[in-house]
Design a protein around this ligand. Structure first.
Ligand code: C2E
Ligand code: MG
Ligand code: MG
Ligand code: MG
Length: 281
C-alpha cells in the first residue's frame, strides 16, 4: 500500500517536472522567434542628479510575448542566460535605445547618459564589441553618452578575463558601471584594476536606510570607496524621501528608484522628464 502511494507521488512529481521542462522549452523556442522579430520593448527609468536635474536613464527590457503579453526580465532572462540568447537580446535593446536616443537628440531633447545592461556571456561573444562599435558609428552616437552596466557578481566570476574585455569596451569611449554593488564579493585589488566609471549601490542596502544602522554604514563605506576610486556613485531602489536625503547628504551623485519613477515607455519618459528639463513645456 505504502509502495503504491509512493509510486503515485513519484508519478505526480515526474509529471510536474516534465511540465516545467516543457514550459521552459516552449519559452526558449518563443524567445528564439521573438529575437528574430525583435519583439522586445525598452523602458526607461530616470537617474536623477543632485539638483533634481536629469543625469540619465537606465534602459530595461520587457518581452512582448505574442500570447502571454508583457513579460518581465525575471521570467525570461534566466532561460536566455542558460541558452546564450541573452547576447542577442542585449544587442536588440542597445540598438533600440540608441535609435530612440538619436530621435530625442534630433528633436532638441537631451536624455543625458543612457545605461544598458550587459552580462559576461556577451563579453565571451567575439563579435559583441565590434558590433557595438559599428552600432555607435552607424548612428553617429557619441559614446560618452552610453554606459554599460554589468553586475559585480558577473564580473567577479572571472575578473582577470573580464578586466580585459571591459578595457576593450572602454576604448570605445563609453562608460562602465558596476551594478548591484555590494553583493558580488569584489576583492579590493581587482576593483582597483577594473576599468569602470560608475558604481551602483545595490537596492538591498538602500532599502533599510533609516532603519538599520549597519546598512547605513555599509552605504557610507561604498560611497567612500567610490570616491577614492574616482567613480560616479548611483543608488538604485530609492523609494523614500528619507533614503534620498541620506544618500544626497553622504554624497551620492545620482538616484534611481520608484521615488522618482518606475521604468516607463519612451513617450512617457519624454513627456515627464525630457520636455520638462529642456523647458519646452
Ligand atoms: P537592475 O539592472 O539592477 O535594474 C533595476 C531593477 O530594479 C529593475 O527591475 C527596476 O525596475 C527595479 N527597480 C527600480 N527602482 C526600484 C525601486 O525603487 N524599488 C524596487 N523594488 N525596484 C526597483 P527589472 O526591470 O525587473 O529588471 C531586473 C533585472 O533584469 C535588472 O536589474 C537587470 O539585471 C536585468 N535586466 C533588465 N533589462 C536587461 C537587459 O536589457 N539586459 C540584461 N542583460 N539584463 C537586463
Ligand atoms: Mg542595471
Ligand atoms: Mg542594479
Ligand atoms: Mg539590482
Amino acid at each position: 500500500e505504502a509502495k503504491k502511494k509512493g509510486k503515485g507521488r513519484f508519478e505526480f512529481f515526474k509529471h510536474e517536472l516534465s511540465k516545467k521542462l516543457e514550459e521552459k522549452t516552449e519559452l526558449k523556442n518563443d524567445l528564439i522567434e521573438s529575437i528574430k522579430n525583435e519583439n522586445f520593448d525598452i523602458y526607461f527609468q530616470p537617474k536623477i542628479g543632485k539638483n533634481e536635474d536629469l543625469y540619465g536613464a537606465e534602459v530595461l527590457v520587457r518581452w512582448n510575448h505574442p500570447q502571454r503579453g508583457l513579460l518581465f526580465p525575471n521570467i525570461f532572462l534566466p532561460i536566455a542566460y542558460e541558452k546564450k540568447l541573452i547576447t542577442d537580446i542585449d544587442f536588440i535593446v542597445l540598438k533600440k535605445a540608441i535609435k530612440q536616443y538619436k530621435k530625442w537628440e534630433n528633436n532638441g531633447l537631451n536624455p543625458g547618459k543612457i545605461s544598458c545592461n550587459i552580462t559576461t556571456i556577451d563579453l565571451e561573444d567575439e563579435n559583441f564589441i565590434d558590433k557595438i562599435k559599428k552600432l555607435l558609428e552607424e548612428n553617429e552616437f557619441d559614446a560618452e553618452n552610453l554606459i554599460l552596466e554589468i553586475t559585480e557578481e558577473n564580473v567577479m566570476k572571472d575578473p582577470e578575463k573580464n578586466i580585459k574585455f571591459l578595457e576593450e569596451l572602454r576604448k570605445l569611449g563609453l562608460g562602465i558601471s558596476i551594478d548591484d554593488f555590494g553583493t558580488g564579493y569584489s576583492s579590493l585589488s581587482y576593483l582597483k584594476k577594473l576599468p569602470i566609471t560608475e558604481l551602483k549601490i545595490d537596492r538591498s542596502f538602500v532599502k533599510d536606510i533609516g532603519k538599520d544602522k549597519d546598512d547605513e554604514e555599509i552605504v557610507r563605506v561604498i560611497i567612500l570607496l567610490g570616491r577614492v576610486l574616482n567613480l560616479t556613485i548611483v543608488a538604485e531602489g530609492v523609494e523614500t524621501e528619507k533614503q534620498k536625503e541620506f544618500l544626497l547628504l553622504e554624497g551620492v551623485d545620482a538616484l534611481q528608484g520608484y521615488l522618482y519613477s518606475p521604468p516607463i515607455k519612451a513617450d512617457e519618459f519624454e513627456e515627464k522628464f525630457l520636455r520638462k528639463q529642456n523647458g519646452c513645456q
